[in-house]
Design a protein around this ligand. Structure first.
Ligand SMILES: Nc1ncnc2c1ncn2[C@@H]1O[C@H](COP(=O)(O)OP(=O)(O)OP(=O)(O)O)[C@@H](O)[C@H]1O
Length: 692
C-alpha cells in the first residue's frame, strides 16, 4: 500500500524537516554480511548531500534502499516525497541501450515516468542544451564516455524530479566534465531548490556539497557542511577529518587482535523493520507496458542479424532433424560367403527340379536372396572364406557376415517340399547363418529386419514360381498390421519430430528471455526502469508481448518446415498443435525469467540453462519411450513441464486429440501451473535478491 501523505502534512512533523531521513538502517546480504550497520542520515531539502566513502562501504546499497529497490532489514526511511516520479535516479552503471538514439532513450524513460509526448520533447530540448549534448538523433554507441554519462544524467532529470539520487555520476569522467556536472548540480539546487544525494569516492568534488556524509563500513561517521566538519574535528582538510574518524572507529573497535562481526555491533542486534512502501507501485499502466514493448521492438530493429538468427534457428533445426533423423541407414557393408557358388555339383546345374514342383530356373536361391538384400541398399561384399569375412567384421569393415551352405538351394527346396519329413541336414543347410556386429543397436536391428524381410521376399518369390504343397506360413505369423493411429510404415522421425517441436518451443523463448533479462539486469537497465516507475508485472507483460510475437513467427516457421517442406505426418488439427506449442513457449519464457532472477552473471545463467536442459531432455521421452524409463523416473518425469507436453503433442499431432481429451487439458493445466510457479518464484527472488 502506498503511504499517502501530502507534503504539508509531513512537514508538520519534526522528522520531516528533512527531505530524506534515515534512522538506524541495517541491510544485510545473506547471513551476517551487513552492508549497512545502523546508519543515520539526514538530508535537508534543496541541498546537495555528498555521500563520501571508500569502495564497498555501502553507498549503492543505501541508494537502492532509498529508491525502493531494496528493503531494509532494520531501521526506517522517511521522505518528504511520496511518488516515484518525484525521484530522478542515475545509477552507477551507464544503464543505456547502445543501439538507441538519445531521443529514443528520452522517449522511453519519459513514457514510463508517465509524461506526455509534448512534455518529453519540451523537457528534452531544455536538458540537451543544459547538458551540452550532441544531436538528439545520435546513437548512444557513437557518443564519448562523457557524453554517455550526461545522457544518463539527462534521463534522471527528464521528468523534473524534486529529489535527485545520483550514484557516482563522475566516476571515470575527466576533470572538466566532472566539474561541469557539479556546476549543474549546484545550479539546480540553488535555482530550482532540488535536493540532491550524490555518492562519490572523490573528496575534492564532495567539498562542493552543502552537507557531507562520511561513510565507512555501513555507517555515517559524521555529517555536516565541509567547513564545520573540519572545524569540529580539527582537520586541515576533509582527508584529515576522514582519516581521523576512521582511526577513532578502529580504536573504539580494537578490543582484541582483530575486528570481528561482534565488534562491529551487528551480532546481537534485534532488527526492527519499519515498512517502507513509499515507492512501491501497485498500479498497472498499459502505457508503460506499451513503452516497454516498443523499446524491445526498437532494439530488435537495430539487431536484425540477431532477429534473423532467432527465426532461422528453428528452420535450420527442423530441416536438419527432417533430413538426418528417421530414415533407415543405407550403404551398410555386409560380408557374405556363398559356398553354393563354389560347389561343382551345383555350379553347372540348370534347374532344381523336384518331383511335383516347377522350380526349374537356373539361378541359386542364395543369389536371389542376396539380390533381395541389395534392394535394401546394403553393400554386399563377397568373401571366399569365413575367417577373412569375420576378420573384416572385427575390423569394422563390414557390419555382419552371411554364410550360405553349398547345398542351400537344394536344402530349401527339400524343406519346402517335404516339410516335417525333410532331413536334418536339409533343415540345417536351408538356414542362412548370420554373424552381426551388435555394438550399434540401431544398425543391428535394421540388419536383422532386412535379413528377415529378404528371407520372406525369397519365400514369396519361390512360392509364386514353384507349386510347393507344403509352403510354410509367413515367419511374421501375423497376416497384416493396420495402423489405428499414424501410418503403416512408422519411422523414428515420427517419434522424434513432436519432441523436437516441443523442446524448441520451450527452450528458444527460455534462452531469448534469459538473454534479454540478464542483459537488462547486469547493465543496470532493469533497475533504472524499475526506479523510473516500471513494475515487474509491466516488465513481464511487455516482454511476453514481444516474445509472443517472436514465438508465433518461430512456431509458424517450424510448422511450415516440418509439415509442408518435409512430409512429417500430422493427423491432428494444426491449430491445436500451434495453440499447444504457444502454451509451452510461454512456460519456457517464465522459466527464463526465473533463471534471470536467480543468476547474476551470464556464466552462471548459461550453466544453469544448459545444466537443466540435459536432464529435462533426457526425462522428456524425446529419444526413448517413457515406458522404457525406470518406473521412479517415469513417475517423476510426468510432473515436469516438458515431458507431459511431448507426450501430449505426439497425441495431438498423431492421434488427433483436442482440448476435450483429458490428457490435453491436463497438460495445459500442468503448463499453466508451471508458468505460475516460475512467475511466483521469480517475484520471490526479486524481492529477496533485488534486480542487481
Ligand atoms: N547483491 C549483493 N550480494 C551480496 N553482497 C553485496 C551485494 N551488493 C553489495 N554487496 C556487498 O555489500 C557491501 C556494500 O556494497 P555497495 O555496492 O553498497 O558498496 P559501495 O560503497 O557502493 O561500493 P562502490 O563505491 O565500489 O560502488 C560490499 O561489501 C558488497 O560486497
Amino acid at each position: 500500500m502506498i503511504e499517502e501523505m501530502s507534503l504539508t502534512d509531513l512537514s508538520a512533523r519534526p522528522e520531516y524537516n528533512f527531505a530524506v531521513k534515515v534512522t538506524d538502517a541495517y541491510k544485510k546480504y545473506g547471513g551476517q554480511n551487513f552492508a549497512l550497520r545502523g546508519l543515520n542520515m539526514s538530508v535537508k531539502q534543496g541541498t546537495i548531500y555528498g555521500l563520501l566513502g571508500p569502495s564497498g562501504c555501502g553507498k549503492t546499497t543505501l541508494l537502492g534502499c532509498l529508491i525502493g529497490q531494496r528493503e531494509l532489514d532494520g531501521g526506517k526511511i522517511a521522505m518528504q516525497i511520496n511518488r516515484t516520479s518525484q525521484i530522478g535516479y542515475m545509477p552507477q552503471e551507464l544503464a543505456l541501450f547502445e543501439e538507441f538514439s538519445i531521443k529514443e532513450h528520452l522517449m522511453f524513460y519519459g513514457y514510463i515516468s508517465e509524461m506526455k509526448k509534448l512534455d518529453i520533447l519540451r523537457s528534452s530540448q531544455k536538458l540537451m542544451k543544459f547538458l551540452d549534448l550532441p544531436n538528439i538523433d545520435s546513437l548512444v554507441s557513437s557518443l564519448s564516455g562523457g557524453q554517455k554519462r550526461r545522457v544518463s544524467l539527462c534521463i534522471a532529470l527528464l521528468h523534473d524530479p524534486i529529489l535527485l539520487i545520483l550514484d557516482e555520476p563522475t566516476v571515470g569522467v575527466d576533470v572538466i566534465l566532472s566539474e561541469s556536472i557539479w556546476d549543474k548540480l549546484v545550479e539546480m539546487s540553488e535555482n530550482e531548490k532540488k535536493t540532491v544525494i550524490v555518492t562519490t569516492h572523490y573528496i575534492q568534488e564532495a567539498r562542493r556539497s552543502h552537507t557531507i556524509g562520511l561513510m565507512r563500513e555501513g555507517k555515517i561517521l559524521a555529517e555536516d557542511d565541509p567547513c564545520s566538519l573540519m572545524r569540529f574535528h580539527g582537520g586541515q582538510s576533509l582527508e584529515d577529518v576522514f582519516l581521523k574518524l576512521c582511526r577513532q572507529t578502529l580504536t573504539l573497535n580494537d578490543y582484541g587482535d582483530e575486528e570481528n562481526e561482534d565488534s562491529k555491533g551487528t551480532q546481537s542486534i534485534q532488527l526492527v523493520k519499519t515498512p517502507y512502501t513509499l515507492f512501491k507501485r501497485t498500479n498497472f499502466e498499459m502505457n508503460r507496458v506499451l513503452a516497454y514493448s516498443m523499446k524491445s521492438f526498437v532494439w530488435m530493429r537495430r539487431n536484425i542479424p540477431l532477429v534473423l538468427f532467432t527465426l532461422l534457428l528453428p528452420i535450420v533445426q527442423c530441416t536438419l532433424i527432417s533430413v538426418t533423423v528417421g530414415d533407415d541407414p543405407f550403404n551398410i557393408g555386409l560380408a557374405f560367403v556363398n559356398d553354393e557358388n563354389k560347389t561343382d555339383e551345383f555350379q553347372n546345374s540348370t534347374s532344381f527340379v523336384y518331383e511335383g514342383t516347377r522350380c526349374d530356373d537356373n539361378s541359386t536361391f542364395s543369389a536371389e536372396y542376396l539380390n533381395f538384400l541389395r534392394k535394401e541398399r546394403l553393400i554386399l561384399k563377397p568373401f571366399s572364406d569365413l575367417d577373412t569375412a569375420q576378420e573384416a567384421a572385427k575390423r569394422n569393415k563390414v557390419w555382419g557376415v552371411l554364410y550360405f551352405y553349398p547345398d542351400y538351394t537344394h536344402s530349401v527346396i527339400e524343406r519346402l517340399n517335404l516339410a516335417n519329413k525333410a532331413s536334418d541336414l536339409a533343415v540345417n543347410h536351408s538356414e542362412v547363418v548370420v554373424w552381426l556386429d551388435q555394438s550399434n543397436e540401431v544398425i543391428a536391428q535394421l540388419l536383422k529386419r532386412q535379413i528377415l524381410e529378404a528371407a520372406v521376399a525369397l519365400l514369396e518369390s519361390v512360392s509364386q514360381r514353384c507349386n510347393f504343397t507344403n509352403m510354410p506360413p509367413s515367419p511374421h505369423s501375423v497376416e497384416k498390421i493396420e495402423a489405428i493411429f499414424g501410418n503403416n510404415n512408422p519411422n523414428f522421425r515420427q517419434f522424434m519430430t513432436p519432441a523436437n517441436a516441443v523442446l524448441f518451443a520451450f527452450y528458444l523463448p527460455m534462452m531469448f528471455t534469459l538473454g534479454a533479462m540478464l542483459m537488462e539486469k547486469t547493465s543496470g537497465l532493469l533497475e533504472r526502469g524499475l526506479a523510473a516507475g516500471l513494475t515487474l508485472l509491466e516488465v513481464a507483460i511487455g516482454h511476453v508481448v514481444l516474445q509472443f510475437v517472436i514465438l508465433v513467427a518461430q512456431t509458424a516457421l517450424m510448422m511450415v518446415v516440418l509439415y509442408c517442406a518435409f512430409d512429417n505426418p500430422i493427423q491432428g488439427s494444426i491449430t491445436w498443435c500451434v495453440i499447444f506449442l504457444l502454451f509451452v513457449g510461454v512456460c519456457g519464457m517464465f522459466y527464463g525469467f526465473f533463471i534471470a532472477a536467480l543468476c547474476d552473471s551470464f556464466t552462471t545463467a548459461s550453466c544453469l540453462a544448459i545444466g537443466s536442459y540435459f536432464p529435462l531432455f533426457m526425462l522428456s521421452g524425446a529419444i526413448w519411450p517413457l515406458e522404457g524409463m525406470h518406473y521412479v523416473m517415469r513417475y517423476i518425469s510426468m510432473f515436469l513441464p516438458v515431458t507431459s507436453s511431448v507426450e501430449t503433442y505426439r497425441s495431438i499431432s498423431a492421434r488427433s486429440w483436442t482440448i476435450t481429451h483429458p490428457k490435453v487439458y491436463g497438460s495445459l493445466i500442468s503448463l499453466s501451473i508451471w508458468t505460475t510457479v516460475f512467475a511466483v518464484m521469480t517475484a520471490v527472488m526479486v524481492k529477496f535478491r533485488g534486480v542487481k
